[in-house]
Ligand binder design. Sequence first.
Ligand code: F3S
Length: 400
Amino acid sequence: MHLTREEEKMYAGEYGPAVAKSMEILVALGDIYQANGMVEVVSAQISGVSYKTIGDAGLEYLEDLVGEGAQVRVPSTLNPAGVDLDQWHELGFSEEFTKKQLLIVDSYRKMGISTTCTCTPYLVGNVPILGSHVAWSESSAVCYANSVLGARTNREGGPGALSAAICGRTPNYGYHLDEGRIPNLLVEVETPLNGSDYGALGYQVGKTVGSGVPYFQLKSNKQKIPKVNELKALGAALASSGAVALYHVEKVTPEYKDVNKQLANLDKLTITRENVKETREKLSISSKKPDLVCLGCPHASLEEIGEVARFLTDKRLDNELWVCTSISIKAASDRMGYTKTIEKAGGHVVCDTCMVVAPIEDLGFKVIGVDSAKAANYVPSMCGLDVVFDDWKNLISIKS
Ligand code: F3S
């Protein structure tokens, strides 16, 4: 693949071993995917943060990079960690796990990466504009960046995104190119969608389309533009049951007009109310009452936390409740009084982590209630727990 003179210098070690090692990874990726060269990125979003997923080997890799003087060249943010970095003790996480987790986060901090610890970086300032190239690795955020913001990123692995952050480059292939953004499945949605229906829809379509690009026509939602929260749920589910990195929604997402000339030749999938209902049922593997309800997958927006707080005003919860979000959104929630209301009802606004990457299986819970199709898909395999999938108001139990 073609490298500029600057990139060759990086590869040759003129900027030190960390840059050379990172450029080697990028070149290897570029060769595998037959990229013609590199493209400069304006931001990175890096996964591989929870000690539960990367373990001691990951920590060692990061500490080596820090020792070699690694520093990021572009604004970079971090995916969720395995614990709430401030409230870990109160939530029951072990000191042993937390110690390792803090070392991981500190390694990233030393490289100049913002320790945002969130999968919704686009809610807290990492917001690339239409057409800009980025290297993001959290699959739900990748889907949001490509589809809703119209930025361009492949589904990077953690090391690929970190290497891109260190070099300010990523191999130019896939979703960075116009031809990678063309849809290959037309999805006609014939039923109105509400709440967690968006996740169920994404889960079903992701299974069908795999790593393709679906183009949605929301035929029954004509008067209603989906909200940010609904689009983030849709993308997260598409990216978890399939390997979707980009979707288009007619009259909603920014690139639909660039690609809608191709619709006549596409395979078509029709989604009815019955299909959505069946998928919702499939996602619930338990019919028991959840002992922990976990909302905020992807991490909750201030609006979502506000809705929960308003619902819980002057009520007492009968099951444990976590609303997962980033530290920045929690700060706004604190100021709005939402956190206090949720805590008064017996719940927690949990930051930096989530029900999938935290070791919740060690906290004594048996059945988790989620309103996210992505979480419903991952909790059984990642945490070994039973899961109930439903709209959040149906999951929460209130003491009489
Ligand atoms: Fe985010 Fe965890 Fe869901 S990383 S997308 S809240 S599984």
